[in-house]
Design a protein around this ligand. Sequence first.
Ligand SMILES: [Zn+2]
Ligand SMILES: [Zn+2]
Length: 145
Amino acid sequence: MTSEPSSTVTGHCLCGAVSYQVETQKKDADVCHCGMCRRWSAGPYIAFGHNGPVAFSGAENIGVYKSSEWAERAFCKVCGSPLYYHLLGSEFYALSAGTLDDQARLSLSKQIFIDEKPDYYEFANDTPKLTGEEFIAAFQAEGTE
Ligand SMILES: [Zn+2]
Ligand SMILES: [Zn+2]
């Protein structure tokens, strides 16, 4: 942990019916290549992980789909933009990086479920690449930090 003060990060969906605000010092974007994320978001899902409360406006426009026993995925009911992946029973939200208002703050920190990545694309970013199994083990070891 650094002593860097947290700043307010805001974001919104394509149509603007849903917007949100979080307090964080994080700048990391993670790419998930898993089959579920790709089917959901049309390509690899780039997530801005946030462990803490998210203040939403237009929450009545949020549709939620429980995609597994442990997580749900949310989207804007008006424009269909993916909004976040949420680990049930926690405050961990993998916000869609594409919804952030200031994406210049982001740097790509890691790629996960690399074993599920199809061959037709390849990120040039030099990041750690974790298989699904490696990611889950690391996630459980360090919590949601
Ligand atoms: Zn929308
Ligand atoms: Zn995924």
